[in-house]
Design a protein around this ligand. Structure first.
Ligand SMILES: *Cc1c(COP(=O)(O)O)cnc(C)c1O
Length: 392
């Protein structure tokens, strides 16, 4: 039995997406740039896919650039804007971004750019006053702030952030990976300049990403070579994956409203059940502004890694911190930035759901997680009376 509660790390590919891709893995293998009709037909399929993605974001097809993943989209946006404007560009980001944003920002800092990482409060929200302060007196600043946090599901007020960026003439990039297929994304309503998404976070395969580039947004392309993607991302189009991604966008657009209600119901039942059955448990993130599929809990006095390991034996897939940080036992940078109390930082785990989960999955977790927590706590040398300074 597998109960998959790790959809913020990657998702099951939708069967409809596989079906849409298959013809392009078999007979329709032409190169969209070819002179002949065999390739030209495939170019039309790519154009249709681009229109589908544009409908998903409410932008024009020319504003959609296909990339290999969201890590590439984030890097292209951040490094590309900085390269366009040069050293004078101040970069403002947040302490809770994904490493695909944090690391390029830190590289820019090492290269001499002024880079500010805004801190967050206890629920993972930035202070918009601090953002304004950071942008005062800047010219051509770059702001990169995520739409929703992958670890806690906390939603940033992107519409207000976009407004502030407009006011200061800053370029605004948002990592929107975790909102794709979960809430409507409309780049006319939320006027971002650049936006990143990843296919495998919403039921397309791994290895395909989106970079939305508002008409007129200035950046230097990262991948140089051919003329593909109107010169903004060289490399022969990954046609099967582009077609699959478009199908995932269509499924999300049509199913999102009904699915999110169902997912919220499952997540809320899981949250309430675990909180009732496990004392000394905290919810991490902003419960008033949070993705419907994400539940991040800190079980005090025990290690998240031990929880995930024992649940894995029972077929329950969850994660601690970000997948990218696993392999090290350092607590998540997101949970630490939120100032979660010392005894709870190490016991943070994330449950993330998708349209393919069922109430039976939730009930299985409610039956199996609390005994694991209880057993680990019995083995733990830490408890309500232990000295927090020795809990490292
Ligand atoms: C998964 C994820 C990424 C990286 O996406 P890839 O397509 O795997 O490179 C970036 N940002 C966030 C918020 C993510 O959750």
């Amino acid at each position: 039995m597998t109960v998959y509660f790790d959809s913020n790390a990657t998702t099951q590919v939708a069967p409809e997406v596989v079906d849409a891709m298959m013809p392009f893995l078999r007979g329709r293998y032409g190169n969209p740039s070819s002179m002949h009709a065999f390739g030209g037909e495939v170019a039309k399929d790519v154009a249709r896919a681009r229109e589908e993605v544009a409908a998903f974001l409410n932008c024009s097809p020319e504003e959609v650039v296909f990339t290999s993943c969201a890590t590439e989209s984030d890097n292209t946006a951040i490094r590309g804007v900085a390269e366009y404007f040069g050293k004078a560009t101040k970069v403002v980001t947040t302490a809770v971004e994904h490493p695909a944003v944090l690391q390029p920002c830190r590289r820019l800092k090492a290269q001499g750019h002024e880079v500010v990482e805004l801190g967050v409060d206890g629920v993972g929200q930035i202070d918009l006053g601090e953002l304004r302060e950071a942008l005062k007196g800047t010219k051509n600043a770059l702001v990169s702030a995520m739409w929703a946090n992958n670890e806690t599901g906390t939603l940033f007020p992107v519409e207000e952030i976009a407004g502030i960026c407009r006011e200061f003439g800053a370029t605004f990039h948002t990592d929107a990976v975790q909102v794709a297929g979960k809430i409507p994304v409309d780049v006319r309503k939320v006027p971002v300049d650049l936006l990143s998404m990843s296919g495998h976070k919403f039921h397309a395969p791994k290895g395909i990403g989106i970079l939305y580039v508002r008409k007129g947004a200035r950046f230097k392309p990262f991948m140089l070579g051919g003329h593909q993607e109107a010169g903004r991302r060289a490399g022969t189009e990954n046609v099967p994956y582009i077609v699959g991604l478009a199908e995932a966008c269509r499924l999300a657009r049509e199913g999102m409203a009904a699915e999110s209600a169902k997912i919220a119901e499952m997540r809320d039942r899981l949250e309430a059940g675990l909180l009732a059955a496990c004392p000394d448990t905290l919810v991490n993130g902003d419960r008033a502004h949070r993705l419907a599929n994400t539940l991040n809990l800190s079980f005090k006095y025990i290690e998240g890694e031990a929880i995930a390991y024992h649940l894995s034996d029972l077929g329950i897939c969850i994660s601690t911190g970000s997948a990218c940080a696993s392999g090290s036992l350092d607590p998540s940078h997101v949970i630490r930035a939120m100032g979660v109390p010392f005894v709870a930082v190490h016991g943070s785990v994330r449950f993330s759901l998708s349209r393919y989960n069922t109430m039976a999955d939730v009930d299985y977790a409610l039956a199996n997680v609390p005994p694991v927590i209880k057993r680990l706590r019995e083995l733990s040398p830490f408890g309500p009376d232990s000295d927090p300074t020795t809990f490292k």
